[in-house]
Design a protein around this ligand. Structure first.
Ligand SMILES: Cc1cc2nc3c(=O)[nH]c(=O)nc-3n(C[C@H](O)[C@H](O)[C@H](O)COP(=O)(O)OP(=O)(O)OC[C@H]3O[C@@H](n4cnc5c(N)ncnc54)[C@H](O)[C@@H]3O)c2cc1C
Length: 171
């Protein structure tokens, strides 16, 4: 936070005293970057977890053949595709100049929360090895946490989406 910070006129971006509005316009596209990063990381983690589930054997079979693991993979893949599509739709609207704050908020909210669930499930599939730093899984899991905080927390994204919904009904 800057208080009484003097900025020379040549360094002014946009209109004086309208900085927050300007930042609001940029935030939409930076939120899309968070969404896209989340989708990319989730895809990499899912690939690793699938390969592990197909090759790690316990009780005489690949652990992916146990329903408890196979169903996790199915849910992870489904969430990943939903996050990917939501992000692509918002990005396409951004290119068309029609993206709303809610579009960006939904993409960021869903993709970052899907990444959290996907990395957590991946770590579970890797079992104890998932927490060891010889493998990159625990790093993906730890790094996923910040995506729900920066560029507006998940609560703030929900606030943006719900306020826009209520505004349409006069609230
Ligand atoms: C690693 C890292 C890097 C960062 N990099 C940058 C950067 O480069 N540039 C930058 O500008 N910022 C950056 N940030 C700051 C980041 O954007 C803020 O941490 C984030 O916006 C949350 O603000 P806060 O930490 O002040 O939390 P607070 O605003 O204090 O929020 C704390 C909790 O209260 C909840 N909350 C607050 N207000 C409401 C509300 N109205 N309704 C419901 N719940 C609410 C939040 O959701 C959260 O759960 C970075 C943060 C981290 C962790």
């Amino acid at each position: 936070m800057f208080d009484n910070c003097r900025v020379p006129a040549r360094a002014l971006l946009g209109e004086k005293d309208k900085g927050f509005d300007l930042m609001g316009q940029w935030l939409g596209s930076t939120r899309l970057q968070v969404a896209a990063t989340s989708v990319g990381r989730a895809r990499r983690v899912l690939e690793m977890a699938t390969q592990w589930a197909a090759t790690r054997k316990q009780f005489g079979q690949a652990i992916g053949q146990f329903q408890g693991t196979g169903f996790k993979l199915a849910d992870m893949a489904t969430e990943l595709e939903a996050a990917d599509l939501l992000t692509h739709m918002a990005a396409w609207k951004c290119d068309q100049g029609t993206m709303t704050d809610s579009d960006a908020a939904m993409a960021k909210l869903y993709a970052s929360e899907a990444l959290a669930r996907i990395t957590d499930n991946a770590l579970q599939i890797f079992g104890g090895m998932g927490l060891m730093d010889e493998l990159p899984i625990e790093r993906f899991w730890r790094d996923a946490r910040v995506e729900r905080i920066w560029d507006g927390t998940s609560e703030i994204q929900r606030l943006i989406i719900s306020r826009a919904m209520l505004r349409e009904h006069g609230a």
